[in-house]
Design a protein around this ligand. Structure first.
Ligand code: R5P
Length: 292
């Protein structure tokens, strides 16, 4: 059955690209805000007995979820048979444990919300730490795709003599795979998080790699403090300016500018969140997953 692709606001470029790759129909909607801030949602396409793909990356999820929910409900009332949510960036994955008494484990709660609107989920490199697979968290069919081969290919094409550096233990899963695929050495550092904007990162053992280009690889660049702390160490150890690669360009506040100022030679991200640093396309990766 042919699928109809709908974009939530801000996801139009990716949605059009996916529909074009798959030769699928683009659904039309009217989504806007009333003067009082409430959402207005209208489905203009015929979705009766049709399968639907909703494309909505989920950074700033608190404002994005409600229009997504309202559109999904409308589509169901119009007779759509099933909804696949394509959320290249999946939010609320980092709060996966109660660290202090009374804290919300929002990863689980957000999963229940997503399940209330979608029959299946496709995402890219969700932040899996204490949950090891996406299926431990989501009860609907959920696929976590990996951008590592795309990152490796970018590194091979753009960086000569790279030394890949993961800033914390969690980054091992990406850095190791990218390094193996790119045929490059890698190091993984140790990070202690002291607060939202305060991290300590261990010093890289760079002696054997001083004539290599450091390539920092992480899943999320949010405040960029993780990468900035790593760059401060690198400045003491090598004159080579680092390349910073993040899968998801969250860039909270002035994070991008701060990272430039810290001395990044280049900042490269995937287009899982639209940002001018997007240099690695996930369109084909997503399209192939939607087909299956
Ligand atoms: C968490 O450990 C993630 O893998 C990233 O390292 C983290 O989200 C980066 O956050 P920030 O850019 O705020 O340092």
């Amino acid at each position: 059955m042919k699928k109809v692709f709908f974009s939530l606001p801000g996801n139009e470029t990716l949605t059009q690209s996916l529909a074009a790759i798959l030769g699928a129909e683009l659904g039309e909607t009217e989504i806007r805000h009333f003067p009082d801030g409430e959402s207005y949602v209208r489905v203009l396409s015929d979705v009766k007995a049709k399968s639907v793909v909703l494309v909505c990356t989920l950074h700033h999820p608190d404002t994005k979820f409600l229009p997504l929910y309202l559109l999904a409900q409308t589509l169901r009332e119009q007779g759509t048979t099933d909804i696949c949510l394509v959320a290249p960036y999946l939010a609320y994955m980092r709060q996966d444990k109660q660290f202090k008494q009374g804290e919300a484990v929002t990863s689980r709660y957000f999963a229940r919300l997503i399940e209330s609107i979608a029959d299946s989920l496709i995402t890219i490199d969700p932040h899996l730490h204490r949950f090891h697979t996406i299926s431990e968290l989501y009860t609907i069919p959920a696929r976590a795709l990996h951008a590592a081969p795309l990152l490796a290919s970018w590194v091979q094409q753009h960086v000569s003599k790279p030394i890949l550096i993961g800033p914390d233990e969690e980054s091992m899963q990406w850095v190791k795979e990218v390094a193996i695929l790119a045929g490059a050495p890698y190091l993984v550092l140790h990070k202690t998080r002291l607060g939202d904007e305060n991290v300590q990162v261990s010093q890289p053992q760079l002696a054997a790699y001083t004539n290599h280009t450091p390539v920092l690889v992480d899943d999320i660049i949010s405040t960029a403090h993780t990468m900035i702390e790593t760059i401060q160490h690198l400045k003491q150890l090598t004159i080579q300016k680092p390349v910073c690669i993040g899968v998801h360009a969250v860039f909270a506040g002035g994070a991008y500018e701060n990272l430039v100022q810290a001395g990044a030679a280049a900042i490269v991200t995937c287009n899982t969140i639209p940002h001018f640093s997007n240099a690695i396309s996930v369109d084909k990766l997503l399209a192939e997953a939607i087909l299956i």
